[in-house]
Design a protein around this ligand. Sequence first.
Ligand SMILES: [Zn+2]
Length: 313
Amino acid sequence: MLSRLVYRPHGEVNRCPSCKGPRLENLDLIKSRRHEEKGDRLAFVAGCRSCGLIFVNPPPSKAELAQMYSATGQWNQERNADTINGADDDDNHDASEASPVEQRYAQLVQEWAAKLLPGQQPLSVLDFGCGRGPLLDLLKDAGFLTYGLDPATRHLVHKHKMLEAIPAEPTFDIVVSKHVFEHVPDPMSLMVQLRQSLKPGGFLLCGMPSMDELTTHKKLRYCINWSHHITAYTRQSLTALLTHAGFVVEAFPTPTRSDRLICVATSGVGALPTDPLSDARVQLRAFRKARDGRLRQLFPKRILAALQNARRI
Ligand SMILES: [Zn+2]
C-alpha cells in the first residue's frame, strides 16, 4: 500500500514566498532531505505564475536559514569545499583572489558605468555578498568608491567600507549582487531593497545559475536544490521578478558559462512577461523527458511524487 497517493510534503507552502500570491505551479521534483525524518524524500520545484519566482517547496524555515548562514553553520563550513552543489568558483565567495568571473564582473561594471553614467566620477559601488572582496579590489583599483556587505560572513575587509545593512536611502551608483539571489527565499524583497539603495540613474548588475540552457548543461542541482540554491532563474523569470521589484532589464550580457546568467537593470517601469514560467517549464520538461523518459511525464506531479517517494518507480 502506498502511504500517500498524493504527495504533500511537510512544510509545503501554498503562497509565493515573494509576492504572497496563490498561483503556484509544480514544475518538477527534486530530492530533499529537509523533512527526511518524516518520510519526505522529495521537494517540488514550484513556480509562481504571478511574479515568476521559482523556488524549492517546502522552502527552508527562517531558523534553518539563520543556522545555515551563521558563522558556525553549514555554509561557512562547506563554502570552500567542492561539495556544495558541485560548486565552482562563483560560489566560492571566500576566495580573496579575483577569479575570471570577478574579472568579468569588473569589466561589466566599467562598461555599463561608461554607458549609463558617463562623465560622473568617482562612482560608488556596493558589492552585496562581497565575501573577502576580490571584485571590490579590482573596482577600487579602477577608481570606484567601494562598499561591501556580506550577511553570511564577517570578514574584515579593510580596503573597503563595510556595511551592516543595505541603506534605505539612495546611496550607490552601482549595486552588484553576484550569486546571492539563488540563496535567498524571497529575492524580490531583496531586489526592492537594493533598488532603494541606488541613486537615480544607477544600475544593478546581478548574476546567478541559469536554467535557460538546462537541457545543454544538465546541471539541475546547480540551478536548484533543497539546501543552498533554493530559488532558480531563467532570463524570463528574472525579468518578471525584477519588473515587480521596480526595475527595467537593460541587458543580459554574455556570462562566462552557459549555466549562468548575468543581468543589468535600472530603476523604472518595465514590461512584464505574460507567462514568466514558460521558459523554465519547457527546459524542465525537456530535461526530464531526456533523463527519465516520456512515461513519467504522463503522471500528475503529486501522484508521481507519491510513487517516487514510496520508491515504487
Ligand atoms: Zn510570486
